[in-house]
Design a protein around this ligand. Structure first.
Ligand SMILES: C[S@@+](CC[C@H](N)C(=O)[O-])C[C@H]1O[C@@H](n2cnc3c(N)ncnc32)[C@H](O)[C@@H]1O
Length: 474
């Protein structure tokens, strides 16, 4: 494809993304599948342009006089981001071949106009209502937080599975594969890989054998705040894709102190048959001598979407850990046998996902204030229901991967008002897990506001997360 044809394609993909709820990555893949003539270099150039535009969208819409279509945004990006002179942009818009049609008079005048002073939210690259929220939370630091949240090239974090191997062994494997892992600062089981060149982690043997999972360090910290110990009954109330379920389940297995000898491993077989045995992890045909999963905890993973629970099964099997996967009724039914029984209930509530915008910047422009209100109401309802499962003296951990007060502080405050039978647990106390580093105890402890903790790309180098920890006193 010519450079001009790539620009036309990027504009068309941007229009598709604007009319879709799918991740940009999925829309780009679909475009590639439907346009087989595009080679890998073309697809890469188109993707680069698309992400460049999405990350600068606020500024580009502003510069192009409020136009939001892909063509206008691409033209704006050539001028504002790439700094191309007008003649060069005109050359790329000659209308020849598969390239975009010539610039209109209005488009030409937009890219030659003096930009003037940009409103703060435009410069920050986030919707205005988000910036207003950030100013309250972060004060003078809000621009730093905004830029880090929308910055490209978020790293890839791995969680080493302590039930199967050691951090040092995984580090050695990654180095042997030509990668340069760094230990993560807060999670004792985390390793960080640079985003580029993109490592194909899922193709690696250590991934296929369940020695590692891809999990942002912030999500790992959330798992460790739960304070899971042997003998506990643990509920993951919003299990979703199972990221936290696996982290919780790992804490029910003895910690391996030596690296495994051979690569070929036995298929796992569940030893503990959980309540609702139909949902027990699948029992793949053993390839070799079976390994027993002797979990020291009883872990129940709930979700309202069966398909999400189904997707957790192979992940559990690969990791050699166990959980009872249970479908929750839309009215909260299906938990009756666990009322006031759980030592730990983790509520990783549905939210805007704004903490992960550095990975999915397109979502920033899809979010509307009404969605935050809807999420808040849902979170308060879920916390009401989930808290009923916590036994006296047990712990409730409320997590979101949101950066926004309407979902974080507002939902925590509503829960606290409705449930005086729950007392706040200081984060400093919850950080007292062997899965966290000394640096986490010191620095995250200092960052916490009592029983509430906020993680973010700018402050902790993780995705954005919010956690609030409680204990049932009556
Ligand atoms: C943030 S996601 C969970 C992510 C997951 N814990 C992980 O670490 O991969 C929230 C989940 O809550 C589920 N959910 C939505 N409404 C719910 C409800 N009323 N009760 C429980 N879970 C609900 C959604 O299906 C979604 O999977």
């Amino acid at each position: 494809m010519t450079p001009a044809a790539r620009l036309a394609a990027a504009a068309s993909v941007l229009d598709s993304i604007a009319h879709s709820r799918q991740p940009a990555e999925v829309v780009l893949k679909a475009w590639g599948a439907a346009n087989r003539y595009a080679g890998s270099g073309d697809r890469r150039a188109i993707a680069d342009r698309v992400y460049k535009v999405i990350r600068a969208r606020g500024r580009l819409v502003w510069a192009m006089g409020g136009r939001e279509d892909g063509r206008a945004l691409v033209i704006g990006s050539l001028s504002l981001i790439d700094g191309l002179p007008l003649e060069e942009i005109e050359r790329l818009h000659s209308g020849d071949g598969y390239g975009p049609r010539p610039l209109s008079k209005q488009e030409r005048s937009r890219i030659t106009a003096e930009p003037g002073e940009l409103p703060g939210w435009v410069a920050a690259g986030l919707p205005e209502f988000v910036v207003e929220d950030f100013k309250i939370t972060f004060g003078d630091r809000w621009t730093e937080e905004a830029h880090a949240l929308m910055a490209p090239r978020a790293p890839i974090d791995l969680r080493v599975n302590s039930a199967k191997t050691t951090v040092a062994a995984v580090e050695a494997e990654l180095r042997a594969a030509g990668l340069a892992p760094q230990r993560t600062p807060w999670s004792a089981w985390g390793l960080r890989l640079a985003a580029e060149p993109a490592p194909d982690v899922q193709a690696m043997d250590i991934f296929k054998q369940g020695h590692i999972e891809i999990q942002d360090e912030g999500s790992q910290v959330a798992c460790w705040l739960a304070g899971v110990e042997a003998g506990m009954t643990v509920v993951d109330y919003c299990a979703g894709g199972g990221g936290k379920t696996l982290g919780l389940a790992m804490q029910g297995q003895p910690v391996v102190t030596k690296a495994p000898k051979a690569q070929a491993e036995a298929a796992p077989v569940a030893a503990w048959s959980p309540v609702g045995g139909d949902d027990a992890a699948p029992q793949p045909k053993p390839k070799a001598k079976p390994v027993e999963i002797t979990s020291t905890i009883r872990l129940f993973a709930y979700d309202v979407v069966q398909k999400r629970l189904d997707n957790i099964r192979p992940r559990l099997a690969r990791a050699g850990v166990n959980a009872d996967l249970r479908l929750l009724g839309q009215n909260g039914g299906g938990v009756e046998d666990l009322v006031r029984q759980a030592d730990v209930v983790l509520v990783d509530a549905p939210c805007s996902g704004s903490g992960a915008w550095r990975r999915r910047p397109e979502d920033a422009w899809r979010l509307k204030p009404s969605e935050i209100e809807r999420m808040h109401a849902l979170q308060v309802q879920i916390l009401d229901r989930a808290s009923a499962l916590v036994k006296p003296g047990g712990r409730l951990v409320f997590i979101t991967c949101s950066m926004l007060r309407g979902e974080n502080e507002a939902s925590a405050a509503a829960f606290e008002e409705n449930h005086p039978e729950f007392a706040p647990v200081p984060i400093a106390e919850a950080l007292n897990s062997p899965n966290l580093t000394d640096a986490a105890r010191e620095r995250l402890g200092a960052m916490a506001e009592g029983h509430r903790l906020r993680l973010s790309p700018a402050s902790t180098g993780t995705d954005g997360f919010f956690a609030a920890v409680y204990e049932r006193t009556a």
